[in-house]
Structure formats: structure tokens, C-alpha cells
Write a new protein. Structure first.
Length: 247
């Protein structure tokens, strides 16, 4: 009897080890797929966030913005060949898509929109134009990530460790903070709930243009600078804003 029981136990243990050896590769693949999805999904809160003692949102720098930022036009972002790009205007997405499930990094965008009182659709529009929601986007001028934030701009806004700009959460946080700064320079009223009609508002047009061409150029021309890049930028952000506003 003891010999029979031993044989049965040995058979069970062998079968279990065989099943585990078959399951392990699938589990590993599942984890890899989950990591890739998390890196490009609407839930960046799953990633570790190190905000490096971010300054209070209402505490804007007292020193002037550097001229190399204030008078600099943003270069178009560059992407890796295998980058996952999100461009609903080109992809002809259905109007019935769910913001929470279909728009990348939506959780972080909603969070910063509420925390800093900046319009949600405007943030999405700027991210789309700047990087097409590619967190690894970069430019010749050194702009980084989703909102193409320059390290010197982020440092001026209070970020001590600018390497954290590769973190999507931190990048969105400082990109939104820069938008708030520009709105304080050119806009008036509530920046948290904009409507399509507001796209004709001079303050909003200046704010959007300044994100591309710098506030120094906007002040120099007392309006949208006559640069083709900036004019196209304003048109594209406005079109995206209308799209997100109508979802």
C-alpha cells in the first residue's frame, strides 16, 4: 500500500511541475504585454512616480523666463520607429469612444486638470500636437516627452531633477503648469472650463501660440506671431480641441 501511495504522489508532483513549466512562459509573456500596455496606456498611475518635491501649483517663479525659452519656437517632435502614436483626427475615431478607456494617459491628464484648474480638452490637444501621446518623444532642442517640456523650463518651474520629465506623470504635471503660467500672462477668467467659442478669444489664442513660439514672441508681436509653424500649431490645437470637446 505504501509503495502504491508513493507512486501516486510522485505522479501528481510530476504532473504539477509539468503544468507549471507550461504556464510560466505564458505568465511571463502576459507580464511583458502588461508592461508594454502600461507604458502607453491611459493609466500611468501604475508607474512609479517621483515628483521630486514639486513646488506648489500656485507658486509661480519670481524670476523672468529665460530668453532662450521666451523667444524659442518648438521643433517638431521625433519618434522611434516603433512608437505607438495616437492621432484621432487622422485615425477617424468614432465620436462615441470613451475618454477613460481609449485616450492614452487619461488618468494623469484628468488628475492635473483638476489639480491645476486647467481645461481638460486643451491639455489633451496640446499633448496630441506636441507628441501624439508618445512618452518617449524628443526634439532637437531637447524637449522631452508627452508635452515636449524643455528641462530648463521645468527647472525654472521648480523641478529639481529634470530627468524625471521622462516620467509621463511628471511631464504632464509640468507641461500643465507651464500652460497655467502662459494663461496668467495672456488670458483672463476661468481656465478650467473652456468652450469651442473660446478659441476665438485673443487671450486663449495667445496662450496656445506662446506654448509653441514662446511668450516673448507673443509679446513682441502683441498677438499670434506671424510664423507659419505657430499659425499651423494654433490651427491644429484648435481642431483637436473641438474634437475632444464634442466627444
Amino acid at each position: 500500500m505504501r509503495i502504491a501511495i508513493a507512486i501516486i504522489l510522485a505522479t501528481v508532483l510530476f504532473n504539477l511541475s509539468t503544468v507549471q513549466s507550461k504556464v510560466q512562459p505564458f505568465d511571463q509573456l502576459h507580464r511583458i504585454s502588461a508592461d508594454i500596455f502600461a507604458a502607453h496606456s491611459m493609466a500611468p498611475e501604475l508607474q512609479q512616480e517621483n515628483t521630486d518635491n514639486i513646488a506648489d501649483f500656485n507658486d509661480m517663479p519670481s524670476t523672468p523666463l529665460l530668453d532662450e525659452i521666451a523667444f524659442s519656437i518648438r521643433h517638431k517632435a521625433e519618434h522611434d520607429l516603433d512608437a505607438l502614436l495616437f492621432d484621432p483626427l487622422k485615425m477617424n475615431f468614432n465620436k462615441s469612444i470613451s475618454k477613460d478607456s481609449d485616450i492614452p494617459f487619461m488618468v494623469s491628464v484628468v488628475k492635473e486638470s483638476k489639480a491645476q484648474s486647467v481645461d481638460l480638452e486643451l491639455i489633451l490637444s496640446v499633448i496630441e500636437k506636441e507628441s501624439q501621446f508618445d512618452p518617449k518623444a524628443h526634439s532637437e532642442a531637447g524637449a522631452i516627452g508627452l508635452m515636449q517640456v524643455l528641462p530648463c523650463t521645468a527647472k525654472w518651474l521648480g523641478l529639481k531633477d529634470t530627468s524625471q520629465l521622462w516620467n509621463p506623470d511628471v511631464n504632464i504635471k509640468y507641461g500643465v503648469k507651464y500652460l497655467r503660467y502662459l494663461w496668467k500672462q495672456f488670458g483672463k477668467g476661468d481656465f478650467s472650463k473652456l468652450k469651442t467659442v473660446d478659441l476665438q478669444n485673443e487671450g486663449l489664442r495667445k496662450t496656445i501660440a506662446a506654448y509653441n513660439a514662446g511668450p516673448g514672441n507673443v509679446k513682441k508681436y502683441n498677438g499670434v506671431p506671424p510664423f507659419r509653424e505657430t499659425i499651423n500649431y494654433l490651427e491644429r490645437v484648435s481642431a483637436s480641441f473641438e474634437y475632444y470637446e464634442n466627444l
